[in-house]
Design a protein around this ligand. Structure first.
Ligand SMILES: Nc1nc2c(ncn2[C@@H]2O[C@H](COP(=O)(O)OP(=O)(O)OP(=O)(O)O)[C@@H](O)[C@H]2O)c(=O)[nH]1
Ligand SMILES: [Mg+2]
Length: 395
């Protein structure tokens, strides 16, 4: 039996309020796309300390984070500064989490704004009692050790405050792309995967008819923190739409041709389709998933009648005990589309063998929870502190 500490019961007869909050540049980007693709079915909010990264979609409510602290130009990779900005905007953030039954918080960890604000928001959401799921990325290894550490600290704090944390490694997602893809294609493919996951969780949390997934089931799949998150989604229309949709979802590189489903203790299967979705199509999907899953795997099914002509299949699961090491640099290079692509639910354990930072005789400056991060020093300048902050500091 699973016990849930939070009251997840809905007010009688009311649809759940699902709110997606994107934080920082990457989070605002996701919010922008989600507002278009989720078609107003969920509230979408973007929060950033950088006014230049505002989403263009009219369906997004935008909140400027800490305008007095950051002057609207971002936190420049500094989570301490971003935390001050979040504290300054505490009232706005409190209003932002109020009244939601389910909050989906997303952003890229490793910089300042999202790293500091996402755990702050998750903690604020505790008192109204909303279910809080975070969908985050951790930095590419080429972004340096400091960002990896900042992301690791933030991930730990998120795991403390959120009900579920789904963690995608940027390295891992980039490994899935064709090596010859240009940078823009690689990024937009990473964003597409993230958006699919965020959209699927939002749709599942919203419920649906005729067969909604209970949020306890959703939480049971999302929250088990021991293993990796596995995910696949596909849509198809026309003849054999159910066959093609489930085949596409099972072929998702994030499921390694469905192999990882066999290691998942719990799998959530969400099938969406138009009003003429047939019972035999649902059965076809479930049979195809069952054939790839272990006999002991617990399948949760949700069926949602939606607009349009397509049948959509989304698979979400957790692998028990198969989590790959968090640092991609510590493992052999993955072959696109064929490697062990389980996305870890564990915080990264940054061990960078090559990085050697000499100690310089500088005055120690407290960085709070990020005290253990290694600065990138050149002369007496910390290059991780953005130029505008360094210049201001010298005035
Ligand atoms: N997948 C993906 N990851 C991104 C993208 N942009 C940024 N990231 C990741 O997100 C991390 C944080 O970057 P931002 O979102 O720009 O940072 P922020 O939260 O706005 O923080 P500050 O700008 O430092 O205040 C980066 O280190 C990247 O790893 C993107 O377009 N796609
Ligand atoms: Mg930013």
């Amino acid at each position: 039996m699973i016990l849930y500490p939070r009251n997840l019961a809905l007010r009688d007869g009311q649809a759940p309020v699902v709110r997606l909050i994107g934080v920082g540049n990457a989070g605002s980007h996701i919010a922008d796309h989600a507002a278009r693709s989720l078609g107003g079915l969920v509230d979408v909010v973007a929060i950033d300390s950088d006014r230049s990264s505002k989403p263009s979609s009219p369906g997004v409510q935008c909140i400027d984070l800490g305008p007095l602290t950051t002057h609207g130009i971002g936190a420049g990779g500094d989570p301490e500064l971003a935390l001050e900005a979040a504290r300054e905007s505490r009232g706005d953030l409190q209003k932002c989490v109020a009244g939601a039954d389910v909050l989906i918080l997303c952003g890229g960890l490793g910089g300042g704004t999202a790293s500091a604000t996402l755990p702050f928001l998750a903690e604020l959401a505790r008192s109204p009692g909303a279910m809080v799921a975070a969908v985050v990325t951790t930095p590419f290894s080429f972004e340096g050790r400091r960002r990896a550490l900042q992301a690791g600290e933030s991930l730990k704090a998120l795991e403390k405050h959120a009900d579920a944390v789904v963690h995608f490694e940027n390295d891992r997602m980039a490994d899935l792309q064709k090596p010859l893809n240009n940078v823009r294609e690689t990024f937009s493919e990473c964003d597409r995967i993230l958006l699919q996951a965020v959209g699927a969780i939002a749709n599942l949390a919203r419920g649906g008819a005729p067969l909604p997934v209970s949020r306890n089931d959703l939480l049971a799949v999302l929250r088990s923190s021991s293993g990796g998150f596995v995910f696949g989604a596909h849509r198809a229309e026309g003849d054999d739409r159910a066959v093609h949709a489930v085949a596409g979802a099972l072929a998702s590189p994030l499921l390694d041709q469905g192999r990882l489903l066999r290691e998942a203790a719990k799998i959530l299967v969400h099938i969406s389709g138009p009003g003429n979705l047939r019972f035999d199509e649902v059965a076809t999907v479930m049979q195809a998933v069952s054939a790839k899953a272990a006999d002991s795997s617990l399948l949760h099914i949700a069926v949602d009648i939606s607009q349009g002509h397509e049948v959509g299949v989304t698979l979400i699961g957790r692998c028990g005990g198969q989590a790959r090491p968090a640092q991609a640099t510590e493992t052999p290079a993955a072959k696109p589309g064929t490697a062990d692509l389980t996305l870890t639910a564990e915080p990264p354990k940054p061990v960078v063998k090559k990085a050697k930072q000499e100690d310089l005789p500088l005055d120690p400056v407290s960085k709070g929870p990020f005290d253990r991060s290694q600065p990138t020093l050149f002369g007496k300048e910390d290059l991780d502190v953005p130029t505008f902050v360094r210049l201001k500091a010298r005035k």
